[in-house]
Design a protein around this ligand. Structure first.
Ligand code: RIB
Length: 284
């Protein structure tokens, strides 16, 4: 049959280039590409599923050897499947990175977010908090669902009843973090678990504006551990994701896919680590 000509170029599709989380991912990817003598095309979708589709197609048209794919936030399961189907139609080797879809039978590099959500919530519970609000990511996104499952698991373990009014659905950005904080403060929470650092910054900023002291009055914990989190006046306690290493690993995984004819599907799961800083205190 026809052997596809290699271009030694791959594509990386990310959802929000303004979030340092994805910059670190891109760095890991690019560094590993350079080691292999590969070039990299970087595409940013601004979390729009239609742009996922058009970039997958555009990269294929440019003849890339494979694609690392972090899907957009507005991908519900149906839309996510559409992207997967497009890869299959194009016979394009790909690896899902960070954001994952259970139903997709493909290689992936992800983090154990049930464990991450559990560790963050347990930490707050260990500090005596019971009314713990959370600012989640979009409801249909698996990584947010998993963090949420971890949150519930910890509550269960401590026999703290789950209350759905303490859950605010955010969008992994500052703005929804701020509106999430407004909402949760009205529910009288003593602690907030933001499902990513960007939304934690929004909550942090809103509490500052309102003169609410972190952590004396409200404890706050984030997720991702991006660069700015330790630079805040009150350095943010957060859950670290080894995102640079994930980028490196994803390139290796894609190389295996590209080089072996039948593909070598593998799901690689990294463990998150709780980073203790100054934004959580004992409940008074
Ligand atoms: O900050 C971006 C978030 O979206 C991260 O937590 C990451 O895991 C992703 O899905």
């Amino acid at each position: 049959g026809l052997v596809k000509k290699r271009t030694d170029t791959i594509g990386l599709i990310i959802s929000d280039v303004s979030n340092v989380f994805f910059s670190n991912l891109a760095k890991g990817v690019e560094d590993e590409c350079r080691k292999k003598g590969w070039n990299l095309f970087l595409c940013n979708t601004n979390d729009k599923h239609t742009r996922d589709l058009s970039y997958i197609q555009a990269l294929a048209d440019k003849g890339v050897d494979g694609i690392l794919f972090c899907m957009s936030l507005d991908s519900d399961k149906k839309k996510a499947m559409e992207s997967i189907k497009l890869f299959e139609k194009l016979k394009m080797p790909f690896v899902m990175i960070d954001r994952f879809l259970e139903e997709a039978t493909c290689s992936s590099v992800v983090v154990d977010h049930v464990q991450g959500g559990y560790a963050a919530t347990k930490y707050l519970l260990d500090h005596g908090h019971k009314k713990i609000g959370c600012i989640t990511g979009p409801r249909e996104l698996e990584d947010s669902c998993d963090r949420f499952a971890g949150y519930k698991k910890a509550l269960d373990e401590y026999e703290v009843a789950f209350r759905k009014e303490l859950v605010y659905e955010g969008k992994y950005d500052c703005e929804s973090g701020a509106t999430g904080a407004d909402y949760l403060l009205k529910q009288d929470v003593t602690a907030i678990f933001a499902f990513n650092d960007m939304s934690a910054y929004g909550a942090y900023n809103r509490m500052n504006q309102k003169g609410i002291k972190i952590p004396e009055e409200i404890s706050l914990i984030g997720y991702d551990d991006i660069f700015f989190s330790e630079l805040l006046d009150v350095p943010l306690t957060t859950v670290h994701q080894p995102v640079y290493d994930m980028g490196v690993e994803a390139v290796r995984q894609l190389a295996a896919e590209v080089e072996s004819e039948r593909g070598s599907r593998k799901c690689i799961t990294f463990q998150p680590v709780l980073i203790e800083r100054a934004s959580v205190a004992d409940k008074k």
